[in-house]
Ligand binder design. Sequence first.
Ligand code: S6P
Ligand code: ZN
Length: 183
Amino acid sequence: MIQIDWSRGVLQPNAKIVERVKMLGQLDGIFADSEAFRALDPNTVVYRVQAWCPVPEGTEGGLFWGTTVVEPGQVGSEYFMTHGHLHQKRNRTEYYGVVEGKGALILMDESRSTWTEPMSPGSLHFISPNTAHRVANVGSAALRFVACWPSDAGHDYESIRRNGFSARLLSVDGEAKLVGSDA
Ligand code: S6P
Ligand code: ZN
């Protein structure tokens, strides 16, 4: 039996949960300001993911459940954020639900148009087919959200690593602002 602490999204028991930790050093090339990036400790934790995968990865018809915790912070004026991905099977969708913190869901469609949805406790987000997604923490405390996605969705990180999103979420005079390159 899996338990979730709904106040923080924490999943238990550890033996049945997969955990990933993403440190700054593993996100090289993701943030715009490479000088600010190099000035930070590469071992800084940017986010952690706990996932419950009750069926093998790739199984058609199954669902995975995960909790992501994005730490507060910035690389230059850009907020700490997840790597971001498209699903390998492009028509696979996903739900995000926020339990704690303040953030932004950054979405980009096939025509490379980028927009955001504000994330706050209780906000629910549906990620449509063919839509790249990443999450930025725009607050001063940890941002915690739960996710549910198909077990055969797969993850395409390479497209994001190569082409990025067409806009970035920057702190401008203390306010989160989506600054586009070609949005
Ligand atoms: C999986 C789902 C989340 C992310 C997590 C980290 O489809 O969208 O569990 O994996 O938020 O983001 P990323 O971009 O590093 O996978
Ligand atoms: Zn996803």
